[in-house]
Design a protein around this ligand. Structure first.
Ligand code: GLN
Length: 501
């Protein structure tokens, strides 16, 4: 089994493997795991046409090998024959799209999301649908109608959320790379818990067309992989202005992303927000890994300065006010008339609407709709929502100002490593605090990658659990963020999950 896109493409070009064999491997892996004592539950289904699409890709590759022009074939289709895992809230035409919710059971996507179209245009193969927290609300993938996704490193622990299925799948080598979505950290957090790279681009770099909305002003598609190069390559084929998404925008560094080099770290000036250095609730193993990463940057000659940004203390509060208000509006479309499941006992429209939503949404989603509508209700809208928005504007302003003097912000991805299944599921506040270090990135619309940076100590857990650290850049500086991650990767291979055959 190959673990990176680069080595897989080399193997495809030299006929050492085939796309069919890659898909077959994932199917076997999935089937074997399904029958195990503690199944991972990362994949919800393998798409029924994945093998056929792989066969088409193999035919193209074999013909090109015979004709001696396989390199130019891969120039044209940079991800030809590469299967990828997809999250259950990104549309693939004709396939189930349920956001891991009962309310959408049986619903099938009528069209492809733009990111799916672009990956397909580059030759990649949609492999499977991955588990997630219902409507991407959560930090552990325990709020899924399909049950939780377990952490591949210790199956009694959570994979993180909401893109837990996508991250567990990559971590367990069930997929080479995966799509997730982010509203407040949902790719970076599970990537950190599962020991893989998880990237969230600048707001707008990836089209949201065909992605089920949670908090539209924060939502972005994110990418999970075993290395920054793979993320950069898939980003390069997916990004760019989309006619169907007015908030979409171009990245200028296509070629450099496609062939990612590592950053000269010695020239970097890095800011560490004081608010995140000694945050309440920060686990001591996470603090230790953070120190190690800082030492690495310093040893390379980078400059690190502690900066004071008190507004960051308000990011969680601002995030939950904005995200939940937008969620309450976005989820009002699930009314039993237009989408998915309908509960109609003949009592009229109001009853249909109430029964459908009461029976279709899970507890956490209902809690958020109630809070969101409360915040938006007439008596509060002038206060809480506007306050949330003005805090966000300040975060954006102050973070942008910081980037006038610094190249990157450095901070842990989460205050703690992965925790035991069930530990926080009945304590929403504790769950929300997992997002302490991630939400300001979405509020500020900037790019960030969670890098597998180390492990918990022997005293804390066995096996050791991975810890992620974030490299965060200014808007549209994805290249620097990814190049710095690549510099890290080149010196720390194996710092993530040990890759098994
Ligand atoms: N955990 C955060 C939440 O529950 C973030 C979710 C996400 O990024 N989709 O809202």
């Amino acid at each position: 089994m190959y673990t990176t896109i680069e080595e897989t493409i080399n193997a495809l070009k030299t006929a050492k493997t085939t796309s069919t064999a890659l898909v077959q491997y994932s199917i076997e892996n999935f089937e074997k795991d399904k029958g195990s004592e503690k199944p991972l539950n990362a994949f919800l289904e393998i798409y029924d046409d994945a093998l056929a699409l792989a066969g088409d890709a193999d035919k193209k590759i074999q013909d090109a090998i015979k004709a001696g022009n396989v390199d130019s074939l891969f120039e044209k289709y940079p991800l030809l024959g590469i299967p990828f895992a997809n999250k259950d809230n990104i549309s693939v035409k004709g396939k189930k799209l349920t956001c891991s919710s009962k309310i959408l059971q049986g619903y099938k996507a009528p069209y492809n999301a733009t990111v799916i179209n672009r990956l397909k245009d580059a030759g990649a193969i949609p492999l499977c649908r991955c588990n997630q927290d219902e409507f991407a609300m959560g930090s552990s993938t325990e709020y899924s109608v399909y049950g939780p996704t377990r952490n591949p490193i210790n199956r009694d622990y959570v994979s993180g959320g909401s893109s837990g299925g996508s991250c567990a799948a990559v971590s367990a080598n069930q997929a080479l790379f995966a799509l997730g979505t982010e509203t407040g950290g949902s790719v970076r957090l599970p990537a950190s818990y599962c020991g893989v790279y998880g990237f969230k681009p600048t707001y707008g770099v990836l089209s949201r067309w065909g992605v089920v909305a949670y908090g539209s002003s924060l939502d972005q598609v994110g990418i999970v992989a075993h290395n920054p190069k793979d993320i950069a390559k898939s980003l390069s084929v997916m990004s760019g202005v989309d006619f169907y998404d007015d908030t979409s925008s171009d990245l200028t560094d296509f070629q450099k992303l496609r062939d990612l080099k590592s950053q000269d770290v010695s020239k970097l000036k890095i800011a560490v927000p004081k608010q995140f250095e000694h945050a309440k609730g920060m686990d001591k193993d996470v603090a230790k890994v953070f120190e190690d990463v800082k030492s690495w940057f310093l040893s390379k000659g980078a400059k690190i300065e502690v900066v004071d940004l008190p507004i960051l203390d308000a990011s969680i509060a601002s995030y939950y006010v904005i995200a939940l208000s937008e969620a309450a509006s976005n989820l009002s479309r699930f009314d039993g008339i237009r989408y998915g499941n309908r509960v109609d006992e003949g009592g009229g429209y109001d009853k249909l609407y109430i029964d459908t939503r009461s029976q279709g949404f899970g507890e956490e989603v209902k809690r958020r709709i109630i809070i969101g509508n409360y915040v938006l209700s007439e008596q509060f809208s002038g206060q809480t929502y506007k306050k949330g928005m003005s805090v966000r504007a300040r975060i954006q302003r102050e973070v942008a100002k910081l980037f006038e003097s610094y190249d990157l912000i450095l901070c842990p991805t989460c205050p703690t490593p992965s925790f035991k299944l069930g530990e926080k599921v009945d304590d929403p506040l504790a769950m929300y605090l997992s997002d302490l270090f991630t939400t300001f990135v979405n509020l500020a619309r900037i790019p960030s990658i969670s890098v597998p940076a180390g492990f918990t100590s022997k005293e804390s857990s066995s096996p050791l659990m991975p810890v992620g650290i974030q490299f965060i850049g200014k808007m549209f500086d994805e290249l620097k963020v990814l190049q710095t991650a690549q510099a890290w990767e080149e010196e720390h291979k194996g710092c993530g999950v040990p890759v098994k055959e």
